[in-house]
Design a protein around this ligand. Sequence first.
Ligand code: FE2
Ligand code: FE2
Length: 188
Amino acid sequence: MSDDLSTRQGLPEPYRYLLADLPRDRWHGHEVAAMARFWLQMHSGFRREAAAMDALTGQWRSGALALPDLHRQLIPTLQSFLQHLDGHHNIETHHYFPTMRQVEPRIGAGIDLLDRDHDVIHGHLETLFQTGLAFHQGVSGPAPTASDAAARLADALDKAGPSLSRHLEDEEDIVIPLITRHADHFKG
Ligand SMILES: [Fe+2]
Ligand SMILES: [Fe+2]
């Protein structure tokens, strides 16, 4: 399916009409509603955490970071990332998305797409949680086992990354102009 999170190249055309009214090059100033700016900040937080985790696994893979250091630095970041992203998706799916459907009915199928993304990403978060736990529990065990567990977590991060980036960007293309258009309904 062309709008599948793992294969699509951007937000499909039928859901881009809001973005046409408020293109990305106008997202930096006060033309954008306060709540929308807050949303962008939360998304940058997730991008920052994902990049930090990628940097750590990259250093470990290249031999620049020892396994205990990888563990000490990666696990707290992973925990915070999983907790915040899960909470963020919950509030989107159960609170903001229903309001968006109501105030902008034409975008309904676009919100369906974002909800399906959340399901896919939830699967990645589960895998990250399980592989993270296995690494945490295995780190004090025999070195090859601990190293295998770290490699599995690093691979899971590699798999989750592109889907998460795609989702964050496409969601922004809907919600930033939508919140700005209907700012009265999104007062924080
Ligand atoms: Fe989302
Ligand atoms: Fe989001």
